[in-house]
Design a protein around this ligand. Structure first.
Ligand code: GDP
Ligand code: MG
Length: 300
């Protein structure tokens, strides 16, 4: 029988290269998302894929994003920290986007890591196969990647090959987490993440990095098969609050509806979701506010 293997896999890459999509494609329905410190793990999600002879623990990090604010610095250090402890690092790039200076800098951050690094070329459904060769060539010059794997996180092409290759390189180890590890605390965290994602999807570019979501209450009403969730979306400026709320509350309604549907699908029960928007001036620059809103740098 093949030995059992387990380990941590960190997914790094610029915003929009498809990290979350890949994450979802790998975890699919068999998802068991856990977070050890629910209020402080906004920056780090563990997604566990249990297979017959192994446990693959994925760490989704925010894009390593250059920027000057305290929030950006924390996000960058969290991304780099989680990469340092990983057994395998997936450096994800977008096959349809040109290589920019930012990519070069990010590849540099792989050097301090003890993990084995893979170059994962995503979005191959958007390009001709021939265009992959020069991309591979460029990146190979930047870093000695152990494997280069083209995938489409969207169509799933190449994803099972990627998993096989990861498993080959993971250490022999017993599982780190029980197969069914999902707690109520974790659910709160996931709910906050879903809402935050919807805010980002429905707002302009400048909103994402200055949004936090906190869950004010999470009330089970088993007699009605319902959960009542009250959450606050924190933004930095009045102008952002206006954007999030939209004309006549239209945008906030849309955010609430799409988030509710996803939470219902995830939690298998009906959800009543109430959203508030709060302006917390300059919170991305204030270390105390950052702690309160759940941005702490920590390790695995
Ligand atoms: P992240 O910021 O790195 O987490 O990127 P996301 O996973 O949010 O993806 C950014 C955008 O790229 C979304 O619109 C995805 O639907 C899209 N995307 C991700 N992977 C693929 C892919 O393999 N092919 C195509 N065509 N689009 C993709
Ligand atoms: Mg993402």
């Amino acid at each position: 029988m093949a030995p059992f293997k387990a380990g941590f896999i960190s997914v790094l890459g610029r915003p929009n290269v498809g990290k979350s999509t890949l994450f979802n494609s790998i975890l699919g329905e068999k998802i068991a998302i856990v977070s050890e410190k629910p209020q402080t793990t906004r920056n780090r999600i563990l997604g566990i894929r249990n297979i017959k002879n192994g446990q693959l623990i994925f760490v989704d990090t925010p894009g390593i994003h250059p920027g000057k604010s305290t929030l950006n610095q924390r996000m960058v250090s969290t991304a780099i920290e989680s990469g340092k402890d990983a057994d395998v690092l997936l450096f994800l790039i977008d096959a349809s986007a040109p290589v920019v200076e930012e990519d070069r800098q990010m590849v540099g951050s792989l050097r301090g890591s003890k993990g084995i690094s893979f170059l994962v070329i995503n979005k191959i459904d958007l390009v001709r196969k021939a265009s992959l060769l020069p991309i591979m060539d460029q990146y190979q010059r930047l870093h000695p990647f152990e494997r280069i794997i083209p995938v489409s996180a969207l169509t799933g092409e190449g994803v099972s090959l990627l998993l096989e290759e990861i498993l080959k390189l993971l250490p022999e180890s017993p599982a780190y987490y029980p197969e069914d590890m999902i707690t109520d605390q974790t659910e709160r965290f996931i709910v906050a993440e879903i809402i935050r994602e919807k805010v980002i999807q429905h707002s302009y570019q400048e909103i994402p990095f200055s949004t936090a979501v906190t869950i004010e209450s999470f009330e089970e009403r088993p007699e009605k098969g319902l959960v009542v969730i009250k959450a606050t979306i924190h933004v930095e400026r009045d102008s952002q609050k206006k954007i999030v709320i939209g004309k006549g509350g239209h945008k906030l309604k849309k955010i609430g509806e799409t988030a509710r549907k996803e939470i219902e699908a995830f939690s298998n029960r009906k959800v009543f979701l109430e959203l508030w928007v709060n302006v917390e001036k300059n919170w991305t620059r204030d270390p105390r506010a950052l702690d309160r809103l759940g941005y702490a740098v920590h390790r695995l």
